[in-house]
Design a binder for this molecule. Structure first.
Ligand code: NDP
Length: 280
């Protein structure tokens, strides 16, 4: 049973900054994890306006905040003003969490590794030696492209609406990265939708589903709705299809490990997301 720990003078604080941030599931996920391990920690959300990231980081130093999650619109700006960056955060030029190392603030990016972990856990898919395709070239797509390449994908095809951003994202995968057009999707082992097409306010399909082939795995980074039109079409064809909840949970789990040094209670974190999404 989770143990309730009331905040006291010794409670350690972690937080997320973003704008908007009130919808963020991070407090739900992290506080569930702290409760599951009876840790004397609390996680809160701070609405920080675009451009105020530097003052927020000063606050982290001054208040001794022990872990900071970073969401839109601050991911790129924060990468430009921490003391050090992890290899992933440096390659992406984007930070999704900050830890303190003595007086230094260190920026990390767990989005891509979280995606790959979720893919292995939920779809049994290991990227090594496989042809992977990513639709989109924004922040989430870039993190996924880099992580797939680091996990040993033979090819990472990037299909994007605007060619220039697609090329820049594909370059993150080095020699494995290939800017591509939709027909190339038919030859992929994995197709990842990293565009917002399929969200509640952007219903529709991000690809021609006639390109789906038996044996492919389809991952959508979207988690509301839980089943996008793409996932429905993939499942109707008997394909393994997973939504973005796994990535959300695993990227947070990797942050939790960075913040606390403890193995993350994944099941408690997953259940917290499931319950909150079911509550609407
Ligand atoms: P960005 O706005 O940074 O990038 C969006 C990408 O999608 C761009 O490449 C854009 O193309 C493309 N795109 C947007 N609209 C369309 C359209 N109508 N048709 C074709 N392509 C389109 O978004 P993010 O990378 O931050 O997020 C992308 C998705 O991933 C969102 O649905 C988000 O909710 C989800 N996400 C999920 C996470 C999780 O933990 N599960 C974490 C982060 C994001 P162009 O370059 O041409 O503009």
């Amino acid at each position: 049973m989770p143990v309730e720990v009331s905040p006291s003078g010794t409670t350690r604080v972690a937080a997320v900054i973003g704008d908007p941030v009130r919808h963020s599931l991070s407090p739900v996920i992290f506080n569930a994890a702290f409760r599951a391990l009876a840790l004397d920690w609390v996680f809160v959300a701070f609405e920080v306006a675009r451009g105020d990231h530097r003052r927020a980081l000063d606050g982290v130093r001054a208040l001794g905040i022990d872990g900071l999650s970073v969401t839109m619109p601050h991911k790129t700006a924060v990468a430009g003003c921490v003391d050090r960056l992890s290899a992933e955060a440096a390659a992406l030029g984007a930070v999704n969490c900050v830890t303190r190392d003595g007086a230094e603030l260190v920026g990390h990016n767990t989005d891509g590794a979280g995606f790959v972990q979720a893919l292995e856990a939920e779809a049994g898919f290991e990227p090594a030696g496989r042809v992977c395709a990513v639709l989109g070239a924004g922040g989430a797509a870039r993190a996924v492209v880099l992580a797939l390449a680091r996990a040993g994908a033979a090819k990472v095809l990037v299909v994007n609406r605007s060619a220039e951003r697609g090329q820049a994202a594909a370059a993150l995968a080095g020699e494995a990265g290939v800017p591509a057009d939709q027909p190339a999707l038919a030859g992929a082992d994995l197709i990842v939708n990293a565009t917002p097409v399929g969200m509640a306010d952007q219903q529709g399909l991000p690809l021609d589903t006639g390109l789906l082939r038996p044996g492919q795995v389809v991952a959508d980074l979207i988690y509301v709705p839980a089943e996008t039109p793409l996932l429905r079409e993939a499942r109707n064809r008997g394909l393994v299809a997973v939504n973005g909840v796994g990535m959300l949970v695993h990227q947070a789990a990797l942050q939790f490990e960075q913040f606390t040094g403890q193995p993350p209670p994944l099941e408690a974190m997953r259940a917290a997301v499931r319950d909150r999404l079911a509550a609407g």
